[in-house]
Design a protein around this ligand. Structure first.
Ligand code: FCB
Length: 448
């Protein structure tokens, strides 16, 4: 048996996001977010579900931190609901909202768990959406002001910060009519991308100017995208998707440029930077957060939207599809980590999300024997270890997710948690994967 040992100080953690777990959507002065607005409309989310209560984490936070401590987590990644701190997105601060995250940091500190905070995990204040949201260039400044308030109050105790989580998904909310705010205008989508990048740059600059003790980065979704065949049309299609999902973010952030081929392809839809914007975006980054779940095969498809592509899940031999239809291909993770190493100067990296939805069947006590999830995690930990051995500067791994939660448009059906949540009673029951992960963390190694 091969013992895959991770570097000393490797941060093993788990991730959540505010809207997916907190509930208390209108309590203690919290304002309405675009996700509150969307889920309260009919025919948006499966079965009309909302995250009004979700995992009720807002009221159960101390017990949840104790649970993390029992599992031996070294780190916890969560996001701040912008609307708890600034109910209208700007202006008036809601002290009770700040107090909640302050208490969370204190609890984590007592438990010796490192805090990894995301500022924007998609739940933009509705009051700002009423002004155009991310389609309004001013949103970059509103975001930087919100970030400064969070840094000032919480910056003394947070080790890691991310500006945005998967900003491409935020932009898709303006271009493909599904995710909040559910608008469908391709040109808006690319304008939004530029404003998200500007917001990122401004917040990173503010953080560095403030001299806080932690580190700041961004969490990008970098899936492995491969051509469906050797044909030139499929290879070019894959190249466009890679530029659209990877380079569109990595190039401005690390190099201060947009990918040229993609700009030409997009023509009038392409982002239109003003003078000075690209310098503002390209701020020194302390680390890169990577969310990685799957590999997709890309082919040319004349009816496939602006990029004229089609994506299909790919699984390596012997792996099936996951419960949400995603493919499983562990070596895709190695490839992504080595790509960032080779093409972007090997910055410190964290896996900020990776995990799987499995068909969890609880026994009479609510215990779930989720061998599929263990197989997924083990193989991806090993893939990450392969990348470390090949020189990737990987510092930690945050599993998605600490507990089952509200999976956006899919509602509560997909269960991604290490811990089962029995929603009617809100009971937390660690699954077999949580017990297995506890062992991995305590040994700092994975048996192969
Ligand atoms: C990611 C999201 C996260 C969760 C997982 C399954 O794209 O960042 O909130 O929904 O997928």
């Amino acid at each position: 048996m091969l013992d895959r040992r991770f570097p000393d100080g490797f941060v093993w953690g788990a991730s959540t996001a505010a809207y997916q777990i907190e509930g208390a959507w209108n309590e203690d002065g919290k304002g309405e977010s675009i996700w509150d607005r969307l889920t309260h409309q009919p025919y948006r989310v499966v079965d009309g579900q909302t995250a009004d209560v979700a995992c009720d984490h807002y009221h159960r936070m101390p017990e949840d931190v104790q649970l993390m401590a029992r599992l031996g987590l070294k780190g916890y990644r969560f996001s701040i609901a912008w609307t708890r701190i600034l109910p209208e997105g700007r202006g008036r601060v809601n002290p009770k909202g700040l107090d909640f995250y302050d208490r969370l940091l204190d609890e984590l500190g007592k438990a010796g768990i490192l805090a990894n905070i995301t500022l924007n995990h998609w739940d933009l204040p509705q009051a700002l959406q009423d002004l155009g949201g991310w389609n309004n260039r001013d949103c970059a400044d509103w975001f930087a002001d919100y970030a400064r308030i969070a840094f000032e109050r919480l910056g003394d105790r947070a080790a890691l910060w991310a500006t945005h989580n998967e900003p491409g998904v935020v932009a898709s909310g303006y271009s493909s009519g599904m995710m909040a705010p559910a608008l469908a205008d391709a040109t808006q989508g690319y304008r939004v991308i530029h404003h998200l990048l500007l917001a990122h740059g401004k917040a990173v600059q503010a953080y560095h100017q403030g001299g806080y003790p932690g580190k700041i980065g961004i969490a990008l979704d970098l899936q492995n995208l491969i051509p469906a065949s050797d044909s030139e049309a499929d290879r070019m299609a894959a190249q466009r998707e890679i530029e659209n999902h990877h380079n569109l973010w990595l190039d401005p952030i690390f190099r201060g440029t947009y990918p040229q081929h993609l700009l030409e392809w997009l023509g009038p839809h392409a982002p239109q930077p003003r003078s000075g914007d690209m310098e503002q975006i390209r701020q020194p980054l302390d680390f890169l957060g990577i969310n990685h779940y799957f590999t997709d095969k890309i082919s040319f498809n004349p009816g496939g939207g602006l990029l004229r592509t089609h994506s299909e899940a790919y699984s390596a031999p012997l792996w099936g599809r996951t419960e949400v239809g995603w493919g499983v291909n562990p070596s895709g993770l190695t490839k992504i980590l080595l790509k960032v190493k080779d093409e972007y100067g090997n910055p410190p990296m964290y896996i900020t999300e990776s995990g799987t939805a499995a068909l969890d069947v609880p026994d009479a006590n609510g215990f779930v024997t989720d061998r599929e999830r263990i197989a997924y995690l083990r193989s991806h930990f090993i893939a990450a270890h392969d990348a470390i051995e090949a020189g990737a500067n990987l510092k930690g791994y945050f599993v998605w997710s600490l507990m089952d939660n509200f999976e956006w448009l899919a509602g509560y059906r997909p269960r991604f948690g290490l811990v089962r949540v029995d929603y009617p009673t809100q009971k937390r029951i660690p699954k077999l994967s949580a017990l297995w992960y506890q062992e991995v963390i305590s040994r700092n190694s994975v048996y192969e």
